[in-house]
Design a protein around this ligand. Structure first.
Ligand code: MEV
Length: 411
């Protein structure tokens, strides 16, 4: 998008005004309001009976690699969109997020049984170029787009069920998440490997631990915008806790995934795959660690960094079939899967910073309570500004009940 993502008062607009403000076409409005049709849903999964809907919100204020960008987020959790927008507002003061995605290489696994791993490994090493060619014949379009299988390696395993050979097939999947392409290649290659080695192929499947498909994001958060030097120190203390205690690390990373999953889901991507990869990566040292790290710069500002594997695509699967996902991608204006993953990582970092800032200062309940109170006010029959006023009063009184909301509504 060419326009700014800084839209003061965006949250105060009505939903229709918001859609106009960000320039949605009538088709895009319909897409985000209606999403999938029942007929499309019937072709997606089995035994369809309906939908469980998730709200789609827009996070504002993001600048990623110098480009202003509005970010669609699908989440049922209050405060997530507001928190990401707030952190992005702080980051934009000092240039926004810098993010970088590596080449989109995914790893396929072929498990070969009933072989001498050493002999079979040698045969496979000799046939490497044939294997790559065979894999690439399975997906000519991917190869035309500059992707395709790039490497084959093996790993001999000695297991509780005897020796086995694990064959890794590395594939540049370009703008796809890659599971279909990689799984198809693995199945085709496994038949060839059986013939050449005499082994018995067992599993043939992509790995969601996408260590070759990493994305990093960083940003500088101004000391004063964070609440001053004390708040900065408290945030650093909070991070140190996450690095020292797995119980905290899990929740720290959960907060990151609040942002990452919301954009991943909004774009029709497989958030379970992303979650699996993220948590495996958090454990890569042998200990489960926070995915973000922070340090101070010479002016006392906070530099935040996040790195994780992110296997997301902009072609194939629900990214294509779900009209809301298509609208989400066009709202962000992304042209490649790498660009999408750079935005997603930036949102993850923003989400984490927002959570740490709240937790290390006023606590998170205050913000949550405001939204919770609004939900209660709406349940009691209030709407719009009325709901906000009633919610504000209930928060101030510290009494957030439907009964109290009804009383206030009566007044
Ligand atoms: C809640 O969904 C996420 C947080 O618990 C994350 C965190 O504690 O860092 C607020």
């Amino acid at each position: 998008m060419d326009k700014t993502s800084r839209i003061p008062g965006f949250h105060k607009l009505s939903r229709l005004e918001r859609m106009d403000k960000i320039g949605l076409s009538d088709a895009q409005k319909k897409a985000v309001e209606e999403g999938l049709s029942l007929e499309q849903a019937e072709h997606m999964i089995e035994n369809v009976i309906g939908f469980v809907k998730t709200p789609l919100g827009i996070a504002t204020n993001f600048i990623v690699n110098g480009r202003d960008c509005l970010v669609p987020m699908a989440t049922e959790e209050p405060s997530v969109v507001a928190a990401a927008s707030n952190a992005a507002k702080i980051a934009r003061e000092l240039g926004g997020f810098k993010a970088n995605a590596s080449r989109p290489v995914m790893r396929g696994l072929i498990q070969l049984m009933d072989v001498d791993p050493k002999k079979a490994g040698d045969i496979i090493a000799e046939r490497k170029s044939e294997i790559i060619e065979l894999a690439n014949r399975q997906d000519k379009i991917l190869v035309e787009r500059g992707g395709g299988a790039t490497d084959v390696t093996t790993r001999a395993l000695s297991t509780g069920r005897g020796p086995m050979l694990l064959v890794y097939l590395m594939v540049d999947v370009r703008d796809a998440m890659g599971a279909n392409a990689v799984n198809t290649m693995c199945e085709a290659v496994s038949k060839y490997l059986a013939g050449e080695t005499g082994g018995r192929p067992c599993l043939r499947i992509i790995s969601n631990y996408a260590t070759e498909r990493l994305v990093s994001a960083s940003a500088i958060f101004g000391r004063d915008e964070l609440g001053g030097p004390r708040a900065v120190e408290s945030i650093l203390d909070a991070c140190e806790l996450a690095a020292s205690d797995v119980y905290r690390a899990a929740t720290h990373n959960k907060g990151i995934m609040n942002g990452i999953d919301a954009v991943t889901a909004a774009t029709g991507n497989d958030f379970r795959a992303v979650e699996a990869g993220a948590h495996a990566y958090a454990s890569r040292s042998g200990r489960y660690m926070p995915l973000t790290s922070y340090r101070k710069d010479k002016d006392g500002n906070l530099i935040g960094e996040l790195e994780l594997p992110l296997a997301v695509g902009i072609v194939g699967g629900a990214t294509r079939t779900n009209p809301a996902a298509q609208a989400a991608l066009s709202i962000m204006g992304v042209k490649t899967a790498n660009e999408l993953s750079e935005i997603i990582a930036s949102v993850g970092l923003a989400q984490n910073l927002a959570a740490l800032k709240a937790l290390a200062t006023e606590g998170i309940q205050k913000g949550h309570m405001r939204l919770h109170a609004q939900n209660i006010a709406i349940t009691a029959g209030a709407s719009g500004g009325e709901a906000e006023r009633i919610a504000a009063q209930m928060v101030e009184e510290g009494k957030i009940t439907v009964e109290r909301a009804r009383q206030l509504l009566g007044k």
